[in-house]
Design a protein around this ligand. Structure first.
Ligand code: DGY
Length: 330
């Protein structure tokens, strides 16, 4: 295969060798202004792109007239203009499945840590402020037996339900585009409208993708439906939530706490009010960030890209329409 692949994410040596055996590879290892300039310079001859955490808009991709495939090292595809890619017959692939369990682990870590105030109280010990037995002022709330509300019952939502139902005896309620009978049977889960879920769940967890339909889904009206003991967890995308409305709800103790792995702007701005709220636990978008899972995602992305550039259908194709059109033309 005589193709040029541009990587904007560093890969392990084994995966790098795999690509270099099959194509000419240019690595852009940082996305600072110098890196972006090098990316722009490499785009005119690129047949394939592989990376993550960069908004690939038309302005950038217009520089790449030979582009055949974009392979994202992520399950979320909100960084891509899918209509634009499809309009240019460029295949877009992602890395679902391999990160499901790890991301659900992150969700559960946030559930436990916010409910039991793990970070806040560990910081108190570290600061030398553990001077007498902990009293009600520092008590947390139970997780086992509480109602877990999941918004977006996809793969990650299901993995979260599995942990809650089997591990912690939590009643599961969920909201998604459509009821899911198989999920209801497996976890004894019950479908709720969005407003019912917000009113009834002890833990409200977002696991849905960012799309035009979900952007700003949770705003002031939705926070007003939650209860003062509700805990809000976001492991999906920051823009699904109106961050200012969330900050107000946390400041006014309209909800008890929030465990947040994603934010409207990432990295989180250093002057964000979220950093000053003791009922907020913020992590730096670590959903899938384990050694094992990030390597599995990179391997999956490499496989997707090599398949696409060899004229085969990538296993995790996002814009099926491009493939169908190709088949019709043959
Ligand atoms: C994804 O894959 O979309 C995750 O957010 C990255 O951790």
């Amino acid at each position: 295969m005589n193709k040029h692949i541009v990587l904007y994410k560093k890969l392990s040596p084994a995966l790098m060798i795999r690509l270099q055996e099959r194509a000419q590879v240019t690595l852009i290892d940082t996305l600072d202004s110098d890196g972006l300039q090098r990316l722009r310079a490499a785009l005119p001859s690129a047949h394939g792109l592989l990376g993550a955490s960069l908004r690939l808009d038309a302005e950038l991709l217009d520089l790449a007239p030979r582009l055949e495939a974009v392979s994202s090292v992520s399950v979320g595809v909100d960084n891509y203009d899918i209509d634009y890619l499809s309009g240019r017959n460029i295949l877009l692939s992602n890395t679902p499945d391999v990160l499901t369990e790890t991301t659900a682990d992150t969700g559960f870590a946030l559930i436990l840590a916010t409910a039991r105030r793990v970070v806040e109280l560990a910081n108190l010990v570290r600061a030398g402020q553990w001077n007498h037995n902990i009293g009600p002022l520092h008590f947390g709330s139970d997780v086992h037996g509480k109602t877990l509300g999941i918004i977006g019952m996809g793969r990650i939502g299901e993995a979260l339900a599995q942990r809650g139902h089997f591990g912690f005896g939590m009643p599961i309620i969920y909201h998604s585009n459509n009821p899911k009978p198989a999920v209801e049977k497996r976890f004894n889960a019950q479908y709720r409208s969005l407003s019912q879920l917000l009113q009834q769940a002890d833990f409200i967890c977002l696991t849905l993708p960012l799309t035009a339909q979900t952007q700003g889904l949770i705003g002031a009206e939705e926070f007003a439906l939650m209860r003062p003991e509700s805990i809000f967890i976001n492991i999906s995308r920051g823009k699904v939530v109106d961050e200012n409305a969330m900050i107000a709800a946390l400041q006014q103790r309209q909800i008890r706490a929030a465990g947040l792995d994603v934010f409207e702007r990432e990295p989180l701005q250093h002057d964000s009010p979220l950093l000053h709220l003791d009922n907020v636990l913020a992590t730096p978008h670590i959903g899938s960030a384990t050694h094992e899972t990030r390597e599995a995602m990179a391997r999956c992305a490499v496989d997707n890209l090599l398949a696409a550039l060899a004229g085969e259908r990538p296993a995790n194709l996002v814009n099926e329409v491009v493939w169908r059109q190709r088949l019709e033309r043959v």
